[in-house]
Structures are given as structure tokens and as C-alpha cells.
Design a protein. Structure first.
Length: 405
């Protein structure tokens, strides 16, 4: 073993330099608490982002193609095979978007309506969690699928009928009246996203076309991808391929850019704030090593008089500070990682779904975040240990040896 490291280890284990001293315990505990808090906070923010992303992608398309003119989408619908050949594209289908009012004997509420073809249901995760009814009853005639929250608000369930009020007016002897259509609830889904479960209504695309008669035969053409992170690349290729017909592309990232940018900014601001705990704890390391240098100054002077280099002795105290800091870092990573796993596995922190979109706080720990936390805190500890260790090179051994003990 290199002798400065051997001496540093002896000082840590000795009575004078043992971690049981007040300043040593304060240094290790402060670093430990700071690192554990950083691990839990990063796991929380990462888990919240990933869970929110998964739930959002459960109900929205990865890439959306819309037209500047009615004939734009007609051109896309006639060339769907070209769209399917784009990289990572899993499915392509036309959709119809509209708004309406659902009325039951127990209440009424405004809804967002989306018409999708039968073959697209398996590619929309929000439609895969049924709590009532069957998908094969969602035909082009009159069946609709509603979220569990919407069904409870209207007091209906699978098999019940409701009236759909369409905003388009029709002329009658009594003036302009909204169009009415009686439909029945074919299925009830639950996505755990408040907006989807309480606002959205899905129906067959042919039924939506008959009710809302969109120009061009559809409101949009939607793409579902195997790799959602490649959505911008797919959108650019689609825009280049249909540039001549006036097609506009939009990705799920474009639709939620502000949300995820705010979450990412909040994550790193939280990281910077909690890092201050480690910075404050590093002052305990400075205090501990400064007291150690002062206590051992006579022995340091004797070693320097015997030929030991000041930089070698400086490394002794630098290593001692690293032992204190790394002990707290390792303990904080273990405790923080364990706490994150327990909190996520048992879903201990519940949330109101109507406010936060998710029923509990998820914790997801990434190895990149762990590595970043370890490197940043190790750098702070190294810097804190360097300041008092630097005092060793400024000692004058002759004056110390001449002075009375």
C-alpha cells in the first residue's frame, strides 16, 4: 500500500482520528443525508416523467399528419402504404376528432370524441384496459367506449344507452336545433389518466364520419411507432414525402414540449438545491481535517525534517477526507436506492388523480443519475478535503520543533 494511504487509514482508525469523533460523524452524516436525498429526489422526478410519458402516449398518437386543404388528407389516405414503410412505424390509421355532449337520465357532460378503425384498437394502449363491456360491440352502427370516470358521472355502464348531442344545427319549424343521436355504451375503459377517463369518448371511425362528416374523410392520419423517441425523424420524412400536397406533421413531443421541458428544469433545479446539503456537509470535513492538521503538526514537522515531502503528507489528509466523504456517499446511495425501491414497489405515496394524472408517486432510479450524483458529490468532497490538506505544505517544521509542546 502507498504509504500516504496507509498513514491516512491508520489516522482514521486511531483514537484521535476515528469516525466516532463529533466532527467526523457530522461530516459522514451530512454527506450521507445529502446523497440519500439526491437519490430519492432524482428517482422521483425520473419516475414521474416516465410514468406521465407512458400514460400520455397511451391515448395520443406518436406522429400526426394533418392537411392544410381537404384534398391533402385524401392524398395521404391514398398513399398509406408509403407511410407504413417509414422507419419504426407500427401502424397507420385515419381518425376523426369532434366534440359533443353526452346526456343520460342522471346528468350530461361535454366530451371529446375520437373515431378510430377497428384494427387500430390494439395500438392504442388506453383502449386495452377494459373494466366493462367488449370491444367487438364497438361497431360502425352506434357503439361507443367511455372512460370509467365518465361512466360514473353519467350513471351508466356497458349496455346502457345515452344521447349524443352534436353541435351542428339542423333547420326545423322551431328554428335551428342541434342534432341528436342515441348510442349505447359498448365498453368502459380505465387508463388512470383523469383527462382520458373523464373526457374522451371513442367510437368506430365510420360512425364518426357519418355523424360529423369531416372534409377529406378524416381529421388526421395517425402513426404509432415502435420507437417513440424517433418520432421527430419519422415526422420529417413524412413531411418531405407529402410536401407537394400540403401535409403538416406533429409529434407527441411537440404536443407536450412545454410540459416535459418544465419537468426537466424542475428536476435539475431540485438537484442543485439538494446538492447544497452536501456542500454544507463538506464544511464539516474541512473542520475535521483542519483540527487534525493542527493536532498532528508536531508529528508532521518531524516527518518533514526526516525528509518526507510536503505533498506526500498533504495526500495523507486528502485521503482521510476522501474516506469520510466516500463513506457517506456509499451509504447514501445504498439507503436512497433502497428507499426509492420500497416507495415505488409498495406505492406508499398516493396522489389525487384529478390533479396529478397518476394515482401514486413513482420512483425510477437510472444508473446514469446514480453515476452523476456520485461524481458530483465526490468532487465536492475532494474539493473540501483539499483546502485543509493544503495547509500542510505551508507549515514550517523548524519553528514547530523549536516551540514548546
Amino acid at each position: 500500500m502507498h504509504w500516504p494511504a496507509w498513514v491516512a487509514w491508520r489516522l482514521v482508525r486511531s483514537r484521535a482520528g476515528r469516525l466516532l469523533t463529533l466532527t467526523g460523524w457530522a461530516a459522514v452524516t451530512g454527506v450521507f443525508l445529502g446523497v440519500a436525498a439526491l437519490v430519492i429526489a432524482m428517482a422521483l422526478m425520473t419516475g414521474f416523467q416516465q410514468d406521465l410519458k407512458a400514460k400520455l402516449l397511451g391515448g395520443i398518437p406518436h406522429v400526426t399528419l394533418t392537411g392544410l386543404r381537404p384534398e391533402s388528407l385524401q392524398a395521404v389516405l391514398g398513399r398509406l402504404d408509403e407511410v407504413r414503410r417509414l422507419p419504426t412505424v407500427r401502424s397507420v390509421f385515419p381518425t376523426v376528432y369532434a366534440q359533443g355532449l353526452l346526456v343520460s337520465p342522471y346528468g350530461s357532460t361535454g366530451v371529446l370524441i375520437k373515431g378510430v378503425p377497428s384494427e387500430a384498437r390494439s395500438d392504442i394502449p388506453v383502449l386495452t384496459r377494459l373494466v366493462g363491456g367488449r370491444w367487438d360491440r364497438l361497431t360502425a352502427q352506434d357503439g361507443v367506449a367511455v372512460g370509467r370516470g365518465l361512466a360514473q358521472r353519467l350513471g351508466v355502464w356497458a349496455g346502457d344507452s345515452v344521447r349524443l348531442v352534436i353541435p351542428d344545427s339542423i333547420a326545423s319549424p322551431m328554428g335551428l336545433l342541434p342534432r341528436l343521436r342515441r348510442v349505447y355504451v359498448a365498453a368502459v375503459f380505465q387508463s388512470d389518466m383523469y383527462e382520458f377517463d373523464n373526457t374522451w369518448v371513442f367510437m368506430h371511425v365510420d360512425l364518426a364520419r357519418r355523424l360529423f362528416q369531416p372534409s377529406g374523410g378524416a381529421s388526421a392520419v395517425e402513426l404509432m411507432l415502435d420507437d417513440v423517441d424517433r418520432a421527430p425523424q419519422v415526422a420529417r420524412q413524412a413531411a418531405e414525402r407529402f410536401r407537394d400536397v400540403g401535409v403538416v406533421t406533429e409529434t407527441w413531443m411537440d404536443q407536450n414540449r412545454a410540459l416535459f421541458a418544465a419537468l426537466q428544469l424542475e428536476k435539475w433545479m431540485l438537484f442543485a438545491a439538494i446538492t447544497l446539503i452536501v456542500v454544507v456537509a463538506s464544511f464539516n470535513i474541512i473542520t475535521h481535517l483542519a483540527l487534525m492538521v493542527h493536532e498532528k503538526r508536531s508529528r508532521i514537522a518531524m516527518m518533514m525534517a526526516m525528509g518526507a515531502e510536503g505533498r506526500a503528507i498533504q495526500r495523507v489528509f486528502l485521503y482521510q477526507g476522501l474516506v469520510l466523504g466516500l463513506t457517506g456517499i456509499v451509504a447514501g446511495l445504498i439507503v436512497g436506492g433502497t428507499a426509492s425501491f420500497v416507495l415505488d414497489h409498495y406505492r406508499l405515496i398516493r396522489l389525487p388523480v384529478e390533479v396529478y394524472f397518476i394515482p401514486y408517486l413513482p420512483f425510477r432510479l437510472r444508473w446514469l443519475d446514480v453515476l452523476w450524483i456520485a461524481l458530483v458529490t465526490a468532487g465536492i468532497v475532494l474539493l473540501a478535503a483539499w483546502f485543509p490538506a493544503r495547509q500542510v505544505t505551508q507549515l514550517r517544521p523548524t519553528e514547530i520543533l523549536r516551540s514548546p509542546p
